[in-house]
Each structure stands twice: as C-alpha cells, then as structure tokens.
Design a protein around this ligand. Structure first.
Ligand code: ZN
Length: 509
C-alpha cells in the first residue's frame, strides 16, 4: 500500500483507494475524537496542523518542496470515556484544478495518538508527483461500515472541515555531482589498491544517501571515466582539493556541478584520522564554483564511506560543522537545538523509516545522524539556485574573459598556480605588482584568504588567461584589514611555473 501511486486528475489509480464522501456513507466519527497534529515529512517533519489549528506555511520551520514524496502522519485526541473501536481516517488532497484524491487508513483507537510509536498515528505516503504548489489537504475521521452509530455518543464535529494549505514551494531542486575516482600511486604503509570502483549499485548507494537527507526531487550522479592520478601523500588533502578545483576547470564543468574525489589511500587515510575534506563556498555564486569540491576516503562501499560523502557534500553546499561532540572544527554558533540534535522527526525515503528528534545533525561528529529544519534551510536555497543555473544558463561558456589566476600556498612551502575562467570570489586584501612585456609596472589588487586546511589562496583578476605575469610581488595594503596573513606575505615574490606559462598560451584549453 505504501508505494502505491495515484494518478493525478485521472480516474485510474495504481492502487485501490476508498472514497468516503462525507456523512452519507462513512459517517463522521462520533464521540469527540479530534485531529491533533498533522505532519508532512519529506525528510524533516513539518507540522501543517498543530494544537487544533492549521499552521500557515510562513509559520513553519522549513519548506515543503515540489516533486518530492512526503510521508504524512496524523495524530488524534479522544475524550474520557472513549469507546475503543476501529476508526477510518481519510487524507484528502485537493489540487488547484479541483481534483480531489483521497487515501483511507483504518486503525484501532483506544487512546490518544503519539508520534513516538509506529501505531500512534495514521500514516500515508504522497508520491512526488502529488506534491505540487497551490494544493490543500484535509484529514477526516470516520466510523467504519457496520459501526453501531445509534449506540455511540452523537457526532462531535471538532474535526476541521476546512482545507489547509499544503504550502509546496514551486520549482525544481536537483543536485548534480561528478564522482572523480582518485588513483593513488604513492609508496605508503598500505598497498595501493587503485581507484575505488563505482558500479551501478555503488552509485545507487550514493544517490540514496545523498537524496534521502537533502531537499531534492532528484539527483544526477556521474562517475568520471578517467581517474585523477595522485602521486603525493594523501596526508595533505588540501592539495587534492586544489587538484579537483583545477579539474573542474579543465573539464569545463558548469558551476552547479559538485566534484567529489573518491580515494582509497595508500597512506594516511581514515585509519590515521581523516575521512574527508571539503571546501566551504562562502556564497552560492558562480564565482565560488571552484569550492564545490570535496574528497573522501571511499576505500570500501557501505555506511561509513557514504556518511562521509554526505557530510563533505554538505560542506560544499556552504554548511559548517554543528557542535555536538565538541571536537568539531569551526562550528556554527547559532544552531538552535541543544547538543546538535535535529529536534524533529525525519522520514527516510531510503530505509522507509522515521528518524527520531534525538539524532544529531549530519554536520556534527556524533552518530547516528539525520537532518533538521536548520540544515534544510541552509542547503535548500543553494540547491534551488544551482538548479536554476542548470535550467537557465547558456550551455556554452564565455571565452577566456574574466579569468582569475589562482595561487595556492601550502604550509610546506610548495605552491600551485592555476587559472579559473570566472571572476574572483573574494575581496582584494593585498596588492600584486609585476612588469608587463613592455616593461611597465602593473599594480593590481589581489585577494588573499585562508581556505580549508592551512592553505592560503590568492586570487588575481586577469584581463586574459593567455597573458600571465611571470613573477609577482606581494605588498600589503594598509587600507584593507587582514593584518596577520598580509604581514606574513608582504614582500614575497612568486614565480609562475613554466608548465603553466606554456599551458596558458593554448587558447583551446
Ligand atoms: Zn566536516
């Protein structure tokens, strides 16, 4: 019954639906049973009816979205002296064109409903195609056929006869992600096993794990055919993130695509304390596309790897850590629920289960985890905006105009230069000077900022990706506050690697 699909606006339905057309056949339940709460749950339970009243969409903790299935639960209250018996509850959904669909459930009622127990609520599942804007809902309780109505107390119509808004937010919410298998070739304590393999079943796992905890109607997960070869230690994951950021650029990836590097490390790895690392874009902009990258230890399929994957993708959606254990780095200070708990029930489309409010947010280090309204409110607008780009952006990107020279300075003294075809993503904090080919001194603002890990990123706007400064000198700009970082870099001279100078001359890149 659960997965039955109702065909909207069509008489035929994929499963039998009993219709209770009001007082004539199914008599309204007698004896004072009243609707208590109704939640629509697409992953985070949203009360649409509480304390005997409708909750308007603007008063809810988070949104319901279009095209994603919803698990609906309704609880009831009964007065003293309630005569235990079977009651039918009908969930009616009315679409904007007047189409009404109804699903009926029966339950033995001998006390009040309670969401903590599986049999403490009437429940229904509405498939994604029924979650559309401008629809309204109603739950009615009915006596079942054969009930001795004449012996029961008179009908007490404390049930809402009016319909309440479902409050579905219009628009598409989709995540598109590329898994980049990383071929780690490094002489380490473990044997190199090659890149993790992603067959259809494993991709489906990623789909299920990410899809169940994100407000999306669909996901597109692809696997890059050519792995990224990594010949350094896996201890410095920031370097791998830089390689992935650059790969996004080389692949000419659209700004809405997330890159996830999957590594089976020959050294370091989750046994030595890391599970994954990701960039956190400060804003969901096209300029920050380079930060939509993450890496995770995916040596084995299964729960821990998949949880790492979901957590790291959370960072690339702009989410920071939620404090729970206390060891979470750089946590948010406005998480609204104590101990990092989700604070609400959450329906799991993948396991077909309800997660309790005591689960911790998946951006904490606690376990088990789920998601609450806070997390959804952070990622949903990001997903919506990226999906909008996907649906509206021109497929062909502009040429080399608006290029940015990226320089990564690593704690070990090494550096990496690469070019992005987009504007700078951070405000300028220093000045860069160099001589152009005619011997004139050029002075330009340059952004200096710390990224995840101890890597310093520099961003310099270029007129043209084919004309690179060969040597730049960094000078602090007193007008701009970033004293420590700027002071440490003042006077530093950076040289472009020869390989990049040759590479950047190729306009077809
Ligand atoms: Zn994290």
């Amino acid at each position: 019954m659960r997965r039955c699909v109702l065909a909207l606006g069509v008489a035929a339905a994929a499963c039998a639906v009993e219709r209770y057309p009001g007082d004539e056949v199914g008599v309204y339940a007698r004896g004072g049973i009243a609707l208590d709460s109704v939640t629509f749950d697409q992953g985070v339970a949203v009360e649409v009816h509480a304390d005997g009243k409708f909750v308007s969409p603007s008063d809810r903790p988070t949104h319901l979205i279009q095209g994603r299935g919803a698990y609906v639960r309704a609880t009831w209250e009964v007065p003293e002296g309630w005569e235990p018996r079977e009651i039918a509850a009908a969930l009616e959904l009315t679409q904007i064109d007047g189409t009404v669909t109804s699903q009926v459930r029966r339950r033995w009622i001998d006390g009040p409903g309670d969401l903590r127990y599986p049999d403490g609520a009437f429940d229904w599942f509405l498939p994604g195609e029924m979650m559309i804007p401008a629809s309204s809902w109603r739950v009615g309780f009915y006596e079942i056929e054969g009930a001795r109505i004449d012996l029961l107390p008179p009908a007490a119509h404390t049930l809402p006869r009016a319909r309440g808004p479902v409050g579905v937010l219009p628009g598409r919410h989709e995540i598109e992600l590329l898994v980049v298998p990383i071929d780690h070739q490094f002489s380490g304590p473990m044997e190199c096993e090659g890149p993790p393999e992603f067959d259809a079943a494993r991709v489906q796992e990623l789909y299920d794990y990410l899809g169940r905890i994100n407000p999306v109607q669909d996901l597109v997960i692809k696997v890059r055919e050519e792995p990224l070869v990594w010949t350094e230690s896996a201890a410095n994951l920031t370097k791998i993130l830089d390689a992935l950021s650059e790969l996004r650029e080389t692949d000419n990836a659209p700004p809405y695509v997330y890159y996830f590097g999957a590594i089976d490390p020959c050294d370091w790895g989750s046994t030595a304390g890391f599970a994954g690392l990701a960039r956190v874009p400060n804003e969901p902009t096209r300029e920050y596309a380079w930060k939509r990258v993450a890496v995770g230890d995916m040596r084995r399929p299964g729960h821990p790897s998949n949880e790492t994957f979901v957590h790291e993708i959370g960072h690339t959606q702009g989410r920071r850590h939620v404090p729970c254990k206390g060891t979470e780095g750089n946590p948010v200070d406005d998480y609204p629920v104590e101990l990092g708990k989700t604070g609400s029930y959450g329906f799991d489309h993948f396991r077909w289960a309800i997660h309790p409010p005591a689960h911790a947010d998946y951006m904490s280090y606690c376990d088990p985890t789920w998601v609450g309204a806070y997390g959804w409110n952070q990622v949903r607008p990001v997903i919506q905006r990226l999906t909008w780009w996907k649906d509206h952006d021109e497929p062909v990107r502009e040429g080399a105009e608006g290029a940015t020279l990226m320089i990564s300075l690593y704690p070990d003294g090494a550096s990496k230069w690469w070019i992005r075809r987009a504007g700078t993503s951070a405000t300028a904090t220093m000045r860069a000077t160099w001589y152009d080919e005619g011997g004139d001194l050029i002075a330009r603002p340059i952004s200096v900022h710390r990224s995840t890990g101890e890597t310093t990123h520099l961003e310099l706007a270029l007129d043209d990706a084919r004309t690179l400064p060969r040597t730049i000198t960094l000078t602090s700009d007193e007008a701009i506050p970033l004293p420590l970082l700027a002071a440490a870099l003042h006077g530093r001279v950076l040289h472009a690697p020869e390989a990049l100078l040759e590479h950047s001359l190729d306009p077809t890149r």
